[in-house]
Design a protein around this ligand. Structure first.
Ligand code: ZN
Ligand code: ZN
Length: 428
């Protein structure tokens, strides 16, 4: 299918650029309209002071970490003062939780004092609300008998990384992949998004799976149970103590309204303290996580080879095309093509100018300390700084096609779920 091309002038620099029908207009000379939402980024949801602090530390930290990992031969994560601090805050959260239970029991022993009983109940309820929660076991998992090639590939990658085989492999509807832990015994769950797998080439698929498996062996503190518990618990304390208004707007009379002000102000101050603890713990963890992320990338590309590293990072940004195919499949289903057929057409027909734009959008990714991942340009530059990595595990195109054919049996089910998700999102 040929795409209609016209020529327009850039409103910013007057450069003449080709405009492809159906794709975003942008200027290759000055970068106008490459990604307006990213270029004029306004952080909503956070106080301006939060953004100022985060931006100041992010640039400094990301740049120095990038130079460190590029020049070091061994970037394996080590125990640092920051990982020690994050463990310490995690443990203090646990102590706080146990104190609530102890307080509840102590008050209960004061029976028949009714106030003590009420206090014991309140502390017990708070302790229940703050309890550590484990991720539930995945409901539907892939079985080796139905997708033997996928299991064989995962096993091959695990052997190369000296990593244990995941306990469960899940096929999801997401344009993503992840490695997580479920249940009290922290079973390893590798989740692979079907739409993303369809987007990648054989080598890119190996890099993706290897990156996720590497998360299990790279010592990332953000995956530590107690650190995670600490962050969640401080957030819950924040929710418990945050007053929705400083002066009550209920119809309670002027005196009650005035009396509520100091209590609510005190409550607000306490809530900000918990919020600060939660932010601090997250930043301490993310700081280490970013280092671990470079290590996971390095492990992944020593297994998959880094010839396709650039295209892999660009393809991770193809989500908007998939979302468009999802929408089209819901809005024009009758007699039309299926969601994945539409998506395959879209990807096949992407003009090189659009691929170039996606790459430039990726290179706009800016440094954030409040992110578990380093900025994409740094991740790409780090992998390139290691020279040519040939890769220890090779997946032939033929074997990759067999793997996809095995997964295709699940396509109707995945498509149905995606249609339901989209309908639910727009209340159709
Ligand atoms: Zn321009
Ligand atoms: Zn990662």
């Amino acid at each position: 299918m040929s795409i209609e091309v016209t020529y327009k002038n850039c409103p910013d620099c007057n450069h003449r650029y080709p405009s492809y029908a159906g794709y975003k207009d942008w200027c290759d000379a000055c970068g106008w309209n490459i990604a307006p939402d990213k270029q004029n980024r306004t952080e909503t949801g956070y106080a301006p002071i939060y953004n100022t602090i985060v931006e100041k530390f992010s640039k400094q930290y990301s740049t120095s970490l990038f130079h460190t990992v590029c020049s070091a031969t061994d970037i394996r994560p080590r125990r640092t003062i920051f990982s020690f601090l994050s463990s310490l805050v995690g443990v203090s959260a646990l102590v706080l939780w146990i104190s609530m239970i102890a307080l509840s029991v102590w008050l209960l022993l004061m029976y028949p004092n009714l106030f003590a009983i009420a206090g014991a109940l309140l502390c017990g309820l708070i302790a229940w609300y703050l309890r550590p929660e484990v991720a539930p076991m995945p409901k539907r998992t892939l079985q080796r008998t139905t997708v033997p090639t996928l299991f064989n590939v995962i096993e091959g990658i695990c052997t190369e990384l000296n990593a244990p085989m995941p306990d469960y492999v899940v096929l999801s509807t997401e344009f993503n992949a992840s490695m997580g832990y479920a249940g009290i015994k922290r079973k390893r769950v590798l989740t692979l998004g079907y739409p993303l797998l369809l987007t990648l080439s054989a080598a890119e698929c190996v890099a993706l799976i290897a990156h996720e498996i590497a998360h299990d062996v790279n010592g990332d503190p953000a995956r530590g149970f107690w650190q995670h518990f600490g962050t969640v618990m401080f957030e819950k304390w924040f929710v418990l103590t945050y007053p929705f208004e400083i002066m009550s707007s209920d119809d309670v009379g002027l005196y009650t309204k005035l009396i509520s002000i100091p209590f609510n102000l005190l409550s607000w101050c306490v809530s900000q303290l918990f919020l600060g603890c939660s932010y601090m713990l997250s930043w301490l963890m993310w700081r280490e996580s970013q280092r671990c992320e470079y290590y996971a990338d390095l492990l992944a590309y020593t297994v998959a080879g880094n010839k396709n590293a650039l295209s892999m990072f660009d393809k991770l940004a193809y989500y908007p095309y998939f979302a468009a195919a999802q929408q089209a499949a819901v809005l024009a289903p009758k007699g039309g093509k299926g969601m994945f057929e539409r998506y395959a057409d879209m990807i096949r027909e992407l003009p090189s100018r659009e691929i170039e734009r996606i790459h430039r959008v990726n290179m706009l990714d800016s440094a954030r300390i409040d992110s578990s991942h380093p900025p994409t340009p740094y991740r790409i530059a780090f992998i390139e700084s290691r020279g040519i990595l040939s890769g220890r595990y090779s997946l032939t195109d033929h074997k990759f096609q067999t793997l996809l054919n095995e997964l295709r049996n699940y396509q109707p089910e995945v498509e149905e779920l995606l249609i339901d998700e989209y309908r639910a999102a727009i209340h159709w």
